[in-house]
Design a protein. Structure first.
Length: 321
């Protein structure tokens, strides 16, 4: 008998077929009446596969009384109440590490593309404005500049390492000082004041909500650039938009937004801003690795009760053996 699994949101054909091999998969995208489904099948669901964006709504989790595991495709799991799950003995897993390189590459791509005004110059050429040598206004070099990283975890550390080839001076802010050669700031606002670029790569959720507020944005200032590849919730988006429009912040590269897929329309005409549709980890190779780890956690759990990558809130109840 295959265990019943609820698949929340979309997935790749590879992940879907791997799940269907081992589970009876119920896809939320194909369930017309969720209320009726939960009434009829809620008791049977033992596992959930979801993603960082859709997570698992508390009212759905409450109607899955026999749920044992939630496997999240993505490292960020702020859309799942992991504490509440752990309290019910439900193991939550995620996909750390396998996406470090590509998310870090996205951060560096945004840093370079914003400083060198990549899209503006591409538009300049396409508009037929290139008439001779150069012609486009000069841009800023990232070589040897000061870069602040908010959140020096798995991905933040990878970004810092990759930036070393640009001879950037790296500093960071986290709640706990790390044992690294990078300069530590115990106040985010002081870090923002001292750097040219601030890269945001903390988890989302209540602990980081609007950490990048008006004071931090103004400390970064008219010559500063904000790169956000974490979660939209970490930045006060209204303040960010206002600062960019007034010139109180120099530039921004944003892969994430407060209310995805809705993007502040006021940003669309600005050529000092690059906007991406939350694609930090979205390469074929990394998404395959994330999908495989999502399935691995489920298969291990239903084979011998162990998992590969539990979230910290579930470390005490998860067996990783
Ligand atoms: O604060 P610490 O010492 O726990 O350091 C973590 C930092 N962090 C914070 N820093 C300042 N204020 C906070 N309230 C705060 N909360 C967490 O963020 C740590 O250095 C970093 C998170 O690192 P990891 O847990 O290794 O996460 P990873 O794999 O780097 O991914 C970060 C996020 C995901 O949660 C997704 O939302 C996004 O990247 O894709």
């Amino acid at each position: 008998m295959k265990p019943d699994l609820l698949l929340v949101g979309g997935t790749t054909p590879r992940t879907l077929s791997a799940l269907e091999e081992r589970f009876t998969v119920h896809r939320t995208t194909e369930i017309a009446d969720m209320d009726a489904f939960l009434a009829e099948k809620g008791d049977a669901i033992l596992g959930v596969a979801t993603n960082g964006h859709d997570g698992l709504a508390p009212e759905v989790m409450a109607r899955l009384p026999n749920l044992e595991i939630i496997s999240c495709y993505g490292v960020g799991y702020d859309a799942i109440d992991a504490k509440a799950a752990a309290a019910r003995g439900i193991v939550v897993t995620h996909t750390p590490d396998v996406l470090n390189a590509d998310v870090a590459n996205t951060a560096i791509m945004l840093l370079l593309a914003v400083s060198r005004r990549l899209l503006r110059d591409d538009a300049f050429l396409r508009a037929g404005k290139w008439t001779g040598f150069g012609g486009a206004p000069l841009t800023d070099s990232i070589e040897g500049r000061k870069v602040g990283i908010l959140g020096l975890g798995r991905i933040g550390e990878t970004i810092a390492h990759k930036l070393s080839v640009f001879n950037c001076e790296i500093a960071y802010h986290t709640r706990t000082r790390r044992d690294t050669p990078y300069r530590y700031y115990d106040r985010l606002v002081d870090l923002a004041r001292d750097v040219d670029y601030l890269i945001v790569i903390t988890p989302g959720g209540a602990a980081t909500r609007k950490l990048v507020n008006r004071e931090v944005i103004e400390a970064l200032g008219p010559n500063g650039t904000l790169i956000n590849i974490a979660r939209g919730s970490v930045v006060d988006e209204k303040e960010l938009v206002a600062a960019l429009l007034d010139g109180r912040l120099g530039a921004a590269g944003l892969d994430v937004f407060e209310d995805e897929p809705h993007v502040p329309q006021a940003l669309l005409p600005l050529d000092n801003v690059i906007l991406l549709p939350h694609v930090g980890s979205a390469t074929v190779e990394t998404r395959r690795a994330m999908g495989d780890l999502t399935v691995e956690n489920l298969v291990r759990y239903f084979t011998d009760g162990t998992v590969t990558s539990p979230v910290p809130e579930c470390a005490a109840i998860a067996k990783t053996g």
